[in-house]
Design a protein around this ligand. Sequence first.
Ligand code: SAJ
Length: 446
Amino acid sequence: MKLKLIEKFRKRTAHIAVIGLGRVGLPTSAVFAGAGFSVVGVDVLEDVVQDVSLRRVRANEQGLKDLLQRVVSSGRLRASTESIGVVEESDAVVVCVQTPIDDQRRPDLTYLKRACDEVAQGLAEGKLVIVVSTVPPGTMKNTVVHILEDRSRLKCGVDFWLAYCPERITPGKILREFATGDRIVGSFDEDSATVAVELLKTVTNGDLLITDCGSAEVTKLAENAFRDANIAFANELALICESVGVDVIEAIRLANTHPRVRIHWPGCGVGGPCLTKDPYLLLHSKTSKHVELGVVKASRELNDFMPTHTVELATRVLKEIGKSVNRSRIAVLGVAYKQDTDDATNSPAEVIIRELVSLGASVVVFDPYCNESFGAEKMKNVAEAFDGSDCVIIATDHAVFKKLELKKLKTLMKKPLIVDGKRVIDPDKAKDAGLLYFGVGYQSKL
Ligand code: SAJ
């Protein structure tokens, strides 16, 4: 049975179902179809399914539109809202549904449980199920395997194979990272690992690192929680540097010349769908009775405070130069949560804009890629944003913001104040251009 499935993967004759066509599922479907498989992507949302049929990609993701055009036109990828029948006709099922947190920041596994229940209804002997969704530790063992086995009356590792292979793709570079990145393959049994590796080998040249499910779950969460904590450390340093009059970027640059130090970049906050959520999935399982497990939680809290800190910085400096925030026109450059993408999910810019508006400022925004404006007036270009402003706040590190013509732009401003939330501008260049420059981790003398 196992060899038959492996043979189908090698010959690309296997049929693959991808459940969930979001940020991860859509590229996953396209990549498997691009590798030669016949793929059906399933989503509960009609318009998402229709987007695939119309070959429409909403995200600004390098190469994805071309790949989708190719695989849909060739008939290797289609989409459906009906999961059970699609699973019945598939040899492998890849689950990519969202695993959000609720208002209390507890994991909400509703989508995952529903997807597993439907997969179980279409499951038969000899199929492989791979879960890709990010999950709290223990979810595969305590939830996923039970739903699959109970509903299908089949035995994992005997009748069907099951693996947990979290994604590691980063928006903007998804296809490249998919093709070259190493992948974790967590499984309960050797055969499941072998079969999952055979499938993943068809789409990545990276190493496939086999482990048990629990380790794979913790690894995925550790990756994002570590990055969040590292950024929080950089942000804490930034706050310290502001109070002692040191440029945090200089301190981090020098500290990072030490062979065992690698501090991340500070800024006006951490956004996106992953770093803002995954640490809470990890925290959900904390169990120590002897010590308060504070690092992950404190990191989240500090990073969540940074947009407010940026607003406070702008407000204070405006006041010092004789301008109250409620009489100021403030331009926010960048709405996306991440450089050179159009995604505004949990963007620090949202908090910055909303707080400025609630303080009575007149807020305008410019982002070359992102249509979202969180209620602020959208400007067509950088010059329009600077024109008549009392303060410009940089909230996203888009590459174009690193090359602003500061001398020219300064002449358009009412007050020449720039607050660099992403530290993309050289303070000396800004000062040479006649600007008052403040930034996260950088204080100027007025
Ligand atoms: N950020 C900083 N300082 C830094 C790096 C990032 O402030 O030094 C900010 C960014 O501006 C952004 C936020 O953090 O607002 C998140 O950006 P990111 O590039 O760290 O991460 P994501 O959320 O786009 O993608 C992460 C990646 N995880 C890691 O790098 C460990 C990606 O590889 C994962 O696949 C993705 O989460 C995911 O889906 O889990």
